[in-house]
Write a protein that binds this ligand. Structure first.
Ligand code: MYA
Length: 632
């Protein structure tokens, strides 16, 4: 007789039909069409080394997280040391962030000095005039910039993290030889993707480029908004639709294509600098293309490949934000601690009070996690990993929210003084606000993490379903899965264990992460069985899943870093272990809660209430000022 467990397993895969087509994404109307497209594609069978992707299958994949990467050779370390101090000194002595903010400009001597330091071409190979930094070196230097002036950081970042990054990543040898020396020697670059109709929906570009009959050039028309460096750049990476013949159907379809566009081509103009809440000294402007003639050889990464090129550039640069904002948090926390350790109230310095201690401890942990993310991801990238997209998205989300929190609580600790301009933290707060919005809003990146992970988990389950069609040929897969489920069902399964990879003082914390991962895999299965491909519409749930992924990944990253510190007996080891333990404890509780919320009926009901409240308010055109308890 078939046991209950085996029955559940045999009937299980039928349920998987409901979710094997989980593909696209984000907004319902688009989803159906995209699912169709994906159905015709081969299932993504590729195994990945990404830690985050694997937790969606309830697995701990440690290849990219242990040991903590240390990719710098002695030479690279020496070069970095030679660069950090001069950059720090330059920002302390030459750049004036207050003046930059007041004037919404950067003095010529500052820009000139930065060009001379090589700060605009940190990752450009030396042969083209750059500093040849790898990602880890770049991240460290960017941290120095973020400590001093985020507005200047945006001018630098828009230039090299996204402006000409495409040329570095996918440029032809000719494109590199032509443009990299120029962007390393005084010509600013910009990344022109966003349009009024194309913000989070990066594929919805309207600008169009039509190829000439003789194939020698394209004519580009359209416009872009909110382009950082848009008013000062000479060289742009521009994304535009190009009508192309589908090789399979012969149909003409628009496909996004990336181009290198020079201001000097003619027909490219820009609007006035935008007036902004923060990062005021960086230039942001609209950019217009009026019959711009682009030589055919300036297509970047292949005709029709523009969406991939854009994603590639953005994925590649996101860890930089964690670097910069780690520096910002160091600067904010320094001011808060200076105040807390000298300000006496009720007979003692305020750092003696538990309320302030909790804030300072959390500031330290958030900075530690953010910095660890930056070094983990840049180290993975420097070792040649291609599987870092979700991790990079997490680093951007985590860094921007943590820096906001740290800055806000610094102001709280500073009290009235924090609110005064002269203290210099309110400027940082204004500068920080945009980081949760640009380079992919945190909201869209959370959905990206959750849906990409779910798609990966779904592809595994599709494999299982296929295996059932030909059990004889797939006994290994089927029995492996059956055994896993049987042990789970009778309570004999053990959570994934990686305690042997961490320092003994962190074994308990690693145990918490293992449990979170096991719970994660089970939760993904449960929500997929419940919602099928309708999960794409369940943003209340997707957000909880994304948060649990963020908490789980950040935990394993700090476990790795603190273990390294302890194993090397670094002077900071004890402090690092404390922070890692505290972080894992907090994160595991949040994860257990978020996963419970994602699965439970009780919360489905709560989400329905949120939805209805929101609908009421929207139907009303806002919160009705006439709704008062006293009726007037
Ligand atoms: S620049 C503007 C920033 N804009 C964005 O970031 C746009 C955000 N939107 C998106 O990323 C996409 O549109 C989303 C997907 C994610 C919403 N990596 O059907 P799909 C693949 C790899 O889901 P969509 C700025 O702000 C996907 O698997 N692949 O796509 C300036 C699928 O592949 P396949 C990806 O629903 C800031 C295909 O694409 C990715 O249209 C200035 C289609 O997928 C990905 N990420 O939307 C900052 N996403 O078909 C300055 C999707 O093969 C820098 N796919 O299955 C500051 C630096 C710090 C300071 C430095 C100081 C020096």
């Amino acid at each position: 007789m078939m046991s209950t467990v085996s029955k559940a397993f045999v009937t299980g895969p039928k349920n998987y039909n409901k979710f094997i087509n989980i593909t696209s994404r984000y907004y319902g109307a688009q989803a159906a069409a995209k699912v169709q497209k994906k159905e015709s594609k081969e299932t993504n069978k590729k195994e990945t080394k990404s830690f985050v992707m694997n937790i969606f299958r309830g697995q701990v994949q440690t290849d990219q997280v242990f040991p903590f990467p240390s990719p710098l050779s002695q030479d690279q370390l020496d070069t970095l040391k030679m660069l950090v101090d001069p950059v720090d000194k330059f920002f302390t002595e030459v750049n004036d962030p207050v003046k930059n903010d007041d004037t919404s400009d950067i003095e010529e001597k500052v820009k000139q000095g930065l060009w001379e330091l090589g700060a605009f071409s940190m990752q450009v190979p030396e042969e083209f005039g750059g500093l040849n930094c790898n990602n880890t070196q770049y991240g460290r230097l960017v941290e120095v910039v973020g400590k001093h002036d985020l507005g200047v950081g945006i001018m630098l970042g828009s230039h090299q993290s996204i402006g000409f990054k495409g040329i570095l990543l996918v440029g032809t040898p000719e494109q590199k030889a032509k443009y990299l020396p120029r962007v390393s020697n005084g010509e600013y670059a910009a990344f022109a993707l966003t349009e009024p109709s194309c913000g989070s929906d990066a594929g919805a570009v309207k600008s169009r480029a039509i190829k000439s009959a003789d194939g020698t050039h394209y004519i580009l028309n359209g416009s872009k908004i909110w382009i950082s460096n848009g008013g000062i750049a000479d060289i742009f990476t521009v994304f535009a639709q190009v009508p192309m013949k589908d090789p399979e159907t012969g149909e003409i379809k628009d496909k996004v294509t990336a181009f290198i566009v020079e201001r000097g081509f003619g027909g490219l103009t820009n609007g006035p600098p935008e007036r902004k809440m923060g990062i005021k000294c960086s230039n942001t402007a609209e950019v217009y293309f009026d019959n711009v003639k682009i030589p055919a050889e300036n297509v970047l990464g292949g005709e029709g490949q523009g969406f991939k090129v854009a994603m590639n550039i953005l994925n590649n640069g996101r860890f930089g934000m964690a670097g910069a904002l780690s520096g910002t948090m160091i600067a904010c926390a320094k001011k808060a601690v200076e105040h807390a350790t000298t300000r006496v109230q009720f007979g003692k310095t305020i750092n003696e009070f538990g309320g302030v201690q909790e804030k300072i401890a959390r500031m330290a942990m958030l900075q530690y996690v953010t910095q660890s993310l930056m070094y983990m991801i840049s180290g993975n990238m420097d070792s040649g990993s291609q599987d870092y997209h979700l991790e990079a998205a997490i680093s951007k989300v985590f860094a921007s929210e943590s820096a906001w929190w740290v800055c806000d609580e610094s102001i709280q600790i500073l009290g009235g003084m924090g609110f005064m301009k002269d203290t210099g933290v309110e400027r940082v707060m204004r500068d920080l606000r945009i980081f949760r919005i640009f380079e992919g809003t945190n909201d869209i990146l959370r959905l990206f993490v959750a849906l990409t992970g779910i798609q990966y988990a779904g592809s595994h389950l599709k494999e299982l379903q296929k295996a059932f069609k030909n059990p004889a040929a797939n006994l290994g897969l089927i029995f492996g899965e059956a055994a896993k489920r049987a042990t789970k069902a009778v309570g004999l399964s053990t959570p994934p264990n990686f305690s042997h990879l961490v320092h003994p003082n962190l074994a308990e914390s690693a145990g918490l992460v293992g449990k979170s991962v096991e719970n994660y895999g089970q939760t993904i299965e449960a929500v997929l069985i419940k919602y099928g491909k309708g999960i794409v519409e369940e943003q209340f749930i997707l957000n909880r899943l994304a948060q649990a992924a963020i908490d789980t990944y950040t935990s394993v990253v700090v476990l790795s870093r603190a273990s390294r510190a302890a194993n090397l007996n670094l002077p900071t080891a004890e402090h690092e272990i404390l922070m890692a333990q505290a972080w894992c404890q907090e994160a595991a509780s949040r994860t257990a809660y978020n996963l419970k919320v994602a699965k439970s009926e009780k919360y489905t009901d709560l989400f329905k209430k949120y939805k209805k409240i929101s609908q009421n308010v929207c139907e009303n055109g806002g919160i009705n000022p006439a709704d008062t308890p006293l009726g007037f």
